[in-house]
Design a binder for this molecule. Structure first.
Ligand code: DQA
Length: 149
């Protein structure tokens, strides 16, 4: 089983970016933990990052063959109809993840355009949000394969 993990804008700066909010782990650190967890769960992961909305839309459109998508759309969470529509267009379950709890932050972060088309959302567990997201993705995809819910 293959899971696609997509990181949106500015997540390449994790480690130095607003460390009080996002912590000191880099995206490479998080990716290494995810690869190790993927080994334990016996699944494959492809981990990508882009600062560009259209590239993220392309990644989602080209996700055929992946059992699920784990996506941190970052700032595009709150603005991108295009990413929302791409997730709605492909028949692949998507788990939305955020390092921070977006509902405890500024008002403009409380609205996710992605949540209504995501299978579910994990927000506020720091880097662990990704691991929880990967576990959720594997669970959802396994049930989909077996035709259970
Ligand atoms: C974020 C939350 C977003 O509001 C923000 O724009 C990000 C990161 C998170 O992981 O907590 O870039 O998605």
């Amino acid at each position: 089983m293959k899971i696609l993990i997509i990181n949106g804008p500015n997540l390449n700066l994790l480690g130095t970016r607003e460390a009080d909010i996002y912590g000191t782990k880099t995206l490479d650190d998080i990716s290494a933990s995810l690869r190790s967890l993927a080994g334990e769960l016996d699944v494959e992961v492809d981990i990508r990052q882009s600062n560009h909305e259209g590239e993220i839309v392309d990644m989602i459109q080209n996700a055929r063959g992946y059992a699920a998508i784990v996506i941190n759309p970052a700032a595009y969470t709150h603005t991108s109809v295009a990413i929302r529509d791409a997730i709605a267009a492909v028949n692949i379950p998507a788990i939305e993840v955020h390092l921070s709890n977006i509902y405890r932050r500024e008002e403009f972060r409380h609205k996710s355009l992605i949540a209504p088309v995501a299978h579910g959302q994990i927000s506020g567990f720091g880097p662990d949000s990704y691991g929880l997201g990967l576990r959720a993705a594997v669970s959802v995809a396994t049930h989909a394969e077996k035709g259970t819910s």
